[in-house]
Design a protein around this ligand. Structure first.
Ligand SMILES: *Cc1c(COP(=O)(O)O)cnc(C)c1O
Length: 351
């Protein structure tokens, strides 16, 4: 606390990111990073952009990336917005689209950044409980609201909603914006991007941090009707006109160009998720079916806090959210086959 702070700062409760330990040789399965590096073409693109053009500001609209993404999803560039990580894109979406008199709705168990943005921007919200099996029932959202947001697949559960249910929600909920946060969609789901031309109130948010292995570069995007995108641009240009630097722009365009690498690495993560699921089930864990690059598990007779502590002693870190309903669960990122094996070996003596 400081008496020099603006008073509102005292009221903020910031998001706490998963730790980034400085110790080498840890098996880091706590922040859903991709275990494989980005495509070699991405590294080449960064290298060939690293020259004296860095004295120049980047394209404020990131047109080349917007064209690339538009092409990838059969949309138009004016239906694409890009920002410095999807966290920033989400922040702009909350400010631009969710500050209404009715409350914003989101699940009780979900990405813990959502209530943080509400706190920052003074947005009223109401959480909607997931079912006992952590499935999201979109019929529970049929109530007056100033907006709806949920991740698909949900985080930290990994559960996926079929596109047909999202489509049906959109046809019932036409007076407010529905944001689908697709941070993990490439690990087994179908993007709602193909519904954009039918629903002017749908915003789909994606990130290059997870499936495209670029968490360190900070690139996120939103796709939606051009009027929604214009609202986001107005907020962005009232805040920072150049959120994506030249290297990040070149790298992300190159990532979309190497579709083979993208498909191979995401498929490897999916296959390893299924093996990990089988091995954890064999140890007695209950595993929530996941369509993401992590799995959410609970052991019926072992305390999650003890398990997380035991794993850490063995050099494996996983995420444990000490939050009602999920305090006995661990969220484990799918690593390389070797890392997943080290996880299983570290769990064995704890069983
Ligand atoms: C990781 C994650 C994000 C943020 O991704 P960045 O683009 O790295 O900021 C957004 N939403 C969910 C649900 C995530 O898990």
């Amino acid at each position: 606390m400081s008496r020099y702070w603006s008073p509102v700062v005292n009221q903020l409760s910031p998001y706490i990111p998963g730790e980034q330990p400085k110790i080498d040789d840890l098996v880091k399965l706590n922040t859903n990073e991709n275990p494989y590096g980005p495509s070699p073409r991405v590294i080449e693109a960064i290298q060939s952009t690293t020259d004296d053009r860095l004295r120049l500001y980047p394209d404020p609209t990131g047109l080349q990336l917007r064209e690339t993404v538009a092409n990838y999803h059969s949309l138009k560039p004016d239906q694409i917005f890009i920002g410095n990580g999807s966290d920033e894109v989400l922040a702009h979406a909350f400010f631009a689209l969710f500050r209404h008199s009715q409350p914003l709705l989101f699940p009780d168990i979900t990405y813990s950044f959502y209530p943080v943005y509400c706190g920052l921007y003074g947005i009223d919200y109401r959480t909607v409980p997931l079912a006992d099996d952590f499935s999201l029932r979109l019929s529970d959202y049929d109530t007056a609201n100033g907006g709806i947001i949920f991740p698909n697949p949900n985080a930290p559960t990994g559960r996926l909603l079929p596109l047909s249910e999202i489509e049906s929600l959109l046809s019932r909920n036409t007076d407010s914006v529905v944001v689908v946060d697709e941070a993990y969609i490439d690990f087994g789901g179908e993007s709602a991007a193909r519904l954009i031309n039918d629903f002017p109130n749908l915003l789909v948010v994606q990130t290059l941090s997870k499936s495209r292995s670029l968490a360190g570069l900070r690139i996120g995007l939103a796709m939606g009707d051009s009027a929604l995108i214009e609202g986001l641009i107005r907020v962005k240009d009232s805040f920072n006109s150049y959120p994506i630097d030249r290297l990040a722009l070149a790298a992300s365009v190159a990532s979309y160009k190497d579709d083979t690498y993208f498909r191979e690495t995401t498929q490897r993560v999916i296959d390893d998720r299924e093996s990990l699921n089988r091995e954890l089930s064999a140890l007695g864990f209950e595993v929530i079916p996941s369509s993401a690059n992590f799995i959410f598990v609970r052991h019926p007779s072992k305390n999650a806090d003890d398990l997380a502590a035991g794993l850490r002693e063995a050099g494996v870190i996983v995420r444990h959210f000490k939050q009602p309903r999920i305090e006995q669960y661990l969220r484990i990122t799918v690593g390389t086959a070797e890392q997943n094996q080290r996880l299983i070996e570290a769990l064995n003596p704890l069983m």
